[in-house]
Design a protein around this ligand. Structure first.
Ligand code: 5GP
Length: 121
């Protein structure tokens, strides 16, 4: 399946839907999740049209990969989650219940987080 340029994050990247930007550079946009699951809940996305980690890791340029990883660290610092800690989550594909088909990493923190995984129903 090819990249769906009507997905919600593609619309955010084109400025068609507003977002609360936390960090931006040439390759990355980071913004607050609309339904936060913790006091800190930021999504960090590459600006390129990558559906998944699979595609990003195989097809993104070195510059895009470096920018994304560095941005994750910067976001943790900006939202003051670096200490005492935060959790990173990438839901990739159907089993992980990825809802938006544009690669994103969740940065979660601001409180003590519960156990990592729930069992599926
Ligand atoms: P996923 O389940 O795909 O890993 O996560 C998608 C995330 O995108 C969810 O946490 C959801 O709350 C968030 N989200 C969905 N639509 C919007 C939106 O329009 N704006 C923002 N900021 N976040 C959104």
């Amino acid at each position: 399946m090819s990249y769906d340029d009507q997905n919600i994050f593609a619309k955010i990247l084109r400025g068609e839907i507003p977002n609360k930007t936390v960090y931006e550079d040439d390759h990355v946009l980071a913004f607050e999740d609309i339904q936060p699951q913790a006091p800190v809940h930021v999504l960090v996305i590459p600006k390129g049209p990558y559906k998944s980690m699979n595609e990003f890791s195989a097809e993104a340029s070195d510059a895009e990969i470096v920018a994304w990883v560095r941005a994750i660290g910067k976001v943790a610092e900006i939202v003051e989650a670096k200490e005492p800690g935060y959790r990173l989550i990438v839901n990739n594909g159907e089993d992980a219940i990825q809802e938006v088909p544009h690669l994103h990493i969740h940065v979660l923190g601001g409180r003590r987080l519960g156990r990592m995984l729930q069992k599926a129903d």
